[in-house]
Design a binder for this molecule. Structure first.
Ligand code: MN
Length: 248
């Protein structure tokens, strides 16, 4: 083998060995790898699956454009910047990064928490809107009635969770592997994936999500938001969650 080629092969082999060793050291950690698949480095901004105007009049087009093209894009860019020099972290799917935050290098842990959480939360958020609202049907409708009492009761509890979240954050409905639903509020961009939990759907209560139209009236935004819910998309997430294939 020519010397120059041999050096290239050696260099490549060394790189592979280093990455493999890094993966082993994380694999020996305490947190189980529960979620596979889903977004991974280099992360990209998922296209909005409908027009900026699709959620009007509930959410104005300018808010949708700024929220997606500026806010979510910034989380993606900052997440990529945080992990680019950490191949052992960059090799993990996003849900695994969030689920194993405590094992990540301290220097990038907060950046992954904030921007990785932001990327996961917003990637979910766009897909559960763009619909026509109405009452939930099928398996999700049944689960809501079973676990919250009624859709009206869920909306009341969700409004309380969202309005009661001090500062920025999210109100979310979680789903476990058996299909059981529960309600949580999370501050900032904290993702339930950090606790190994799966999000069925959720609403963003950061002011950037509603301030142009609703200003300080967060409860009005929370109440109106149900008008643009896509129950068909949520039904698909529900089935995927129970099949173990919902990664974000
Ligand atoms: Mn947001």
């Amino acid at each position: 083998m020519p010397a120059i080629l041999r050096r290239a092969v050696l260099a490549a082999t060394t790189t592979v060995a280093v990455v493999a060793a890094a993966r082993r050291s994380f694999a020996q950690g305490t947190a189980p790898t529960r979620v596979s698949g889903g977004p991974s480095y280099p992360f990209t901004l998922p296209p909005l699956p409908y027009a900026f105007t699709a959620n009007e009049p509930t959410i104005d087009a300018q808010t949708m454009e700024l929220h997606h093209d500026k806010h979510h894009a910034a989380y993606v860019a900052n997440l990529n910047a945080a992990v680019k020099d950490h191949p052992q972290v960059a090799s993990m799917p996003l849900a695994e990064m969030l689920g194993r935050l405590a094992e990540l290098p301290e220097a990038i842990r907060a950046a992954v928490r904030n921007n990785g959480g932001g990327h996961a939360n917003h990637s979910m958020f766009w897909t559960v809107m763009g619909g026509k609202g109405g009452d939930p049907e099928g398996a999700v409708g049944t689960a809501i009635a079973r676990d919250f009492g009624s859709f009206a009761a869920l909306k009341a509890d969700f409004a309380k969770a969202g309005a009661g979240q001090f500062g920025s954050g999210w109100a979310m409905v979680l789903v476990d592997k058996a299909g059981k639903l529960s309600l949580v509020a999370r501050p900032n961009q904290d993702s339930p994936l950090m606790d190994g939990k799966t999000v069925l759907f959720g609403n963003d209560v950061w002011e950037h999500a509603y301030y142009l139209k609703y200003q300080n009236r967060r409860p009005d935004y929370l109440a109106a938001w149900w008008n643009v819910i896509d129950w068909g998309a949520i039904q698909q997430r529900y089935q995927a969650a129970m099949a173990g294939t919902l990664s974000i």
